[in-house]
Design a protein around this ligand. Structure first.
Ligand code: SAM
Ligand code: DTB
Ligand code: SF4
Length: 333
């Protein structure tokens, strides 16, 4: 059985990341195959419950109010609208709904009360519910947990050193504090990053080190390829080579062997062969549905055809137990 470690050094991670590509994929695939469920892929569906107008300055984000993108700003959805969208996603085969809001942080107001009702309502459909709402206090995390939230997404995006280049309106410590607050409320944690922001390979390694050295590994780690959006400061960034995506996924798989590694944003630019390599390298989750939060994603039926072709199957909801009764395996992360 692969040992779970929380003391990876930068040198060790760098050596893994830089190993010859096929050796790296082989090693990651071997770690992945020690898991009996290696051919199962967890399917999440994203829903933007409040779009655009965000006060933050994340250089990659089409939802930041200060950049002039072609985005249509939308106020917080109603609980009924969300329930309907969740049912559709469930019918299509998604086991998790991730609701995203373009907020800097959660505030204790009527909007948050409404999000709490959304969580309850989606949970009642027997789907895993995830939220990504920005910064969170411990008591807010607890309210979400009490409403039945399964996971909280809060990405590190890049390394601590690189963070200021990408976002100036909050700090890396703010980010880590929210993750801690989610942990205190016994939520599962989803946290990862983006490649293609203009970061160095050292930044990628440093981010992976921060994730893998948390007291408990995040239960899911999304690896996003930047989707360059017109009007944002990173609009003209070149596309990341698929090999970099594969190296990130494989390295994450090796150093966090039990974590769900999600091949996240950027799939519309990837061929089936590209994606097959990512699954081989240990990715075992995707976002499905024709939209991410605001940008396009492959159509659901295309993804199902890909699963069929590759012999993959969607994973059922709550496979690792409910948050209050996680299986021993999940609890051991
Ligand atoms: N406002 C909340 C926050 O920042 O945590 C939640 C929503 S925010 C859109 C969630 C995540 O989406 C970001 O942390 C970032 O990793 C990802 N994201 C946003 N724009 C992206 C882009 N253009 N390409 C890839 N990932 C992106
Ligand atoms: C994550 O790591 N990626 C998702 C989700 N978590 C919230 C968001 C991707 C957003 C891509 C740009 C957009 O569609 O707005
Ligand atoms: Fe706002 Fe989140 Fe976009 Fe940053 S990533 S601008 S916090 S919606």
């Amino acid at each position: 059985m692969t040992e779970i470690r929380n003391n990876w050094t930068k040198e060790e991670i760098s050596e893994i990341y830089h190993s010859p590509l096929l050796d790296l994929i082989y090693r990651a695939a071997t770690v992945h195959r020690e898991n009996k469920d290696y051919s199962e892929v967890q399917i999440s569906s994203l829903l933007s419950i409040k779009t655009g107008g965000c006060p933050e300055d994340c250089a990659y984000c089409p939802q930041a109010a200060r950049y002039h993108t072609d985005l249509e700003v939308q106020a917080l959805m109603s609980v009924d609208q969300v329930t309907e969208a969740a049912q559709k996603a469930k019918d299509a085969g998604a086991s998790r709904l991730c609701m995203g809001a373009a907020w800097r942080e959660v505030r204790d107001n009527r909007d948050f009360d409404r999000v709490i009702d959304m969580v309850k309502s989606v949970n009642a459909l027997d789907m895993e519910v995830c939220c990504t709402l920005g910064m969170l206090t411990e008591s807010q995390a607890q309210r979400l947990a009490d409403a039945g939230l399964y996971a909280y997404n809060h990405n590190l995006d890049t390394s601590e050193d690189d963070y200021k280049r990408i976002i100036t309106t909050r700090t890396y410590d703010d980010r880590l504090k929210t993750i801690e607050n989610a942990r205190k409320a016994k939520l599962t944690v989803c946290s990862g990053g983006i490649i293609g922001l203009g970061e160095t390979v050292e930044d990628r390694i440093s981010m992976l080190r921060t994730l893998s050295n948390m007291p408990k590994h995040p239960e899911s780690v999304p690896i996003n390829a930047l989707v360059p959006v017109k009007g944002t400061p990173l609009a003209d960034q070149p596309r990341v080579p698929i090999w970099d995506m594969i190296r990130m996924i494989a390295t994450a798989r090796i150093i966090m062997p039990k974590t769900v590694v999600r091949l996240s944003a950027g799939r519309t630019e990837m061929s089936l062969t590209d994606q097959a390599f990512c699954f081989m390298a240990g990715a075992n989750s995707i976002f499905a549905g024709d939209k991410l939060l605001t940008t396009p994603n492959p159509a659901f039926n295309e993804d199902m055809q890909m699963f069929e072709l590759l012999g993959l199957k969607p994973r059922e909801a709550f496979k690792n137990g409910r948050p209050t009764q996680l299986t021993e395996e999940a609890a051991a992360l």
